[in-house]
Design a protein around this ligand. Structure first.
Ligand code: A2P
Length: 262
């Protein structure tokens, strides 16, 4: 059984898979410490040994709580202290993990509801990739709507692959195929849907395209993860409609988290 290093308090894990999507984005998998427990949607501090000292950043776990390994989706920040090194990892390399996980993008922080909207930009899709493979998400909500907005079409691919994986998953495939909708849009390249999610919500094009009613605080619950600007703008749209923010201490009808970079 994997133990933390007594000197650093960190787990030492190994890279089992790496896939580069674009020159800005990649995903990777690592071994899971048997004693690490987390709720789908949470984040953990992850890093590399660097110049004798661990270099750690917060990363959302993109695999569900039941999975045997841990998946992450990362941006490559030019001259980012961690991601400059992390983007070069190879199979078998060492990854450090802090044992504690946390986060507000969890089913527990939301009041019961009918539809669950997950709004993401860029790497902010990661916690939702975890949640769309968790059976609890489909037990708590009858409809699950995942949105992902990126600059270019290539940046959307991880979302398409992850939704396809959920729909063919032996555990949640049936529920995901019937009740998970995926809406992907781009802002700096023309694809099927174009524009910021905030604009598409405001103009009503988002609801019209999916053929669904507008946000309703009575029955809808919303999770957001991604750019600070997107979170701020959606928050300003939701609060006048009567949506209240939830936390681990008090469930509400929306929850937010920034996507982490560095
Ligand atoms: P845009 O290209 O118009 O800035 P990034 O790659 O910089 O993290 O951005 C990811 C996506 O988030 C981009 O498509 C970007 O659109 C979008 N975005 C940035 N700010 C906002 C905002 N305030 N509201 C909605 N979407 C945003």
């Amino acid at each position: 059984m994997t133990q933390t290093n007594p000197a650093t308090g960190l787990y030492s894990e190994r890279v089992t898979d790496v896939q580069h999507y674009t020159d800005r984005l990649f995903r990777f998998r690592i071994t899971r410490p048997q004693s690490l427990r987390f709720r789908s949607g949470e984040f953990v501090m992850l890093g590399l040994p660097a110049d004798g000292k661990p270099l750690m950043r917060a990363y959302s776990i993109a695999s569900p709580a039941w999975d045997e390994s841990l998946e992450f989706f990362s941006i490559k920040v030019p001259e980012g202290p961690l991601t400059e090194r992390l983007q070069k990892i190879q199979l078998g390399d060492e990854i450090l993990l802090r044992p504690k996980t946390t986060g507000t993008l969890v089913n527990d922080a939301l009041l019961p509801g009918k539809r669950l909207f997950m709004l993401s930009t860029g790497t902010g899709i990661a916690p939702f990739v975890s949640l769309i493979r968790d059976p609890e998400t489909y037990e708590k909500f009858s409809d699950v709507i995942l949105t992902h907005t990126c600059r270019t079409g290539g940046e959307l691919q991880y979302g398409f692959d992850s939704v396809a994986a959920a729909k063919s998953d032996p555990l949640v495939g049936e529920e995901a195929s019937a009740r998970l909708q995926h809406f992907a849009s781009t802002t700096r390249e023309t694809t099927v849907h174009n524009g910021r999610i905030t604009t598409l919500i405001e103009t009503g094009e988002f609801f019209k395209t999916l053929g669904i009613p507008n946000f309703d605080p009575e029955q809808d619950r919303i999770m957001m993860c991604g750019s600070t600007g997107m979170i701020k703008d959606v928050r300003h749209m939701l609060e006048p409609l009567g949506f209240t923010e939830g936390s681990n201490n008090q469930a509400g009808n929306f929850v937010v988290e920034r996507a982490f970079v560095g």
